[in-house]
Design a protein around this ligand. Structure first.
Ligand SMILES: C[S@@+](CC[C@H](N)C(=O)[O-])C[C@H]1O[C@@H](n2cnc3c(N)ncnc32)[C@H](O)[C@@H]1O
Length: 279
């Protein structure tokens, strides 16, 4: 299994840079663009939405979800597997609704850390409440104990944990569920989980082919599309907010969208743990 932690290697396709390319970004190399185009062609050949559409729908969901939580008063965000900075980053959206919102970005990719720190070094006062830290989601306790994180987030108050387009990069389903459970149990009651995840639900054979293509192209992580029941289980201990686990465009769209035609590659949802009852 090609599950290496990435360095600054531009000879193999990198999952953060492929995602950046799919989102229309410029922080990618020929090897990433070639891999992205190969994956997109596979999708087109099976009549499925390609990576550009998947990435932009997932990202638009993330932005609506953060806006919605920020307007509801959530002021702490932990964005894990945050990716290369793009337009409409979590801290920018959260601070539009609440200038005091705090955001910790976590990624294990050095290029994400470098670009993130460059973005935050612009002396904009709004970035004082935002940091980028190095962390591997497979070690959730280490992330939670990080001193910089602890200096910015008050874990005695609710936090929104974002695992957007992230858990499908963790091959072991039980391990992925344990990661979510660790965050759920460590965080204050009333905390949130924001998630998108690639699914095999609507076209299982194409999902197997897509995962095999990730492997063949030697992308820095595997891709593990899961069935909807497996994805739903990541929300164990959370109550799903309306409209539940749906395709990204169906989650509280800003303007009316057509009903789903089962063509989607992803599920999206936002869950909240039970709030503490004050006696
Ligand atoms: C597909 S991108 C998603 C980026 C962002 N969450 C978004 O939705 O736009 C996945 C990100 O997860 C990061 N990643 C992959 N495996 C990771 C791990 N084990 N720990 C931390 N980050 C990881 C990659 O470096 C990449 O930046």
């Amino acid at each position: 299994m090609h599950d290496r932690a990435p360095g600054l290697d531009i000879s193999v396709p990198n999952v953060a840079r492929i995602w950046d390319y799919q989102l229309g970004g410029k922080d990618n190399f020929e090897v990433d663009r070639h891999a992205a185009e190969t994956l997109n062609e596979l999708c087109e050949n099976v009549g499925a939405p390609d990576g550009r559409r998947v990435a932009s729908e997932s990202r638009a969901f993330l932005q609506r979800a953060v806006r919605c939580l920020a307007r509801a008063g959530v002021d702490q965000y932990l964005d894990i597997g945050s990716g290369l900075p793009t337009r409409g980053n979590v801290h920018e959206i959260a601070q539009e609704a609440n200038p005091l919102a705090r955001t910790v970005y976590v990624d294990y990719d050095p290029s994400v850390l470098a670009h993130g720190n460059a973005l935050l070094a612009d002396h904009n006062p709004s970035t004082a409440a935002t940091v980028v830290i190095k962390g591997d989601v497979r070690k959730p306790e280490t992330i939670l104990q990080d001193k910089v994180l602890r200096g910015l987030l008050d874990l005695d108050r609710p936090v929104a944990v974002l695992l957007v387009a992230m858990l499908h990069l963790i091959p072991d389903t039980a391990a992925a569920a344990a990661i979510v459970a660790t965050f759920r149990d460590a965080l204050s009651p009333g905390s949130y989980l924001v998630l998108t995840h690639t699914t095999s639900e609507h076209r299982p054979e194409a999902a197997v082919a897509l995962a095999a293509e990730f492997e063949r192209l030697k992308v820095t992580t595997p891709l593990v599309p899961r069935r909807v029941d497996q994805i739903r289980r990541f929300f164990d201990g959370f109550e799903l907010l309306e409209p539940g686990l749906v395709s990204p465009p169906q989650w509280r769209p800003d303007t009316p969208v057509a009903p789903d035609d089962d063509s989607r590659w992803m599920y999206a949802g936002v869950g909240q743990t039970a709030r503490a009852v004050r006696r």
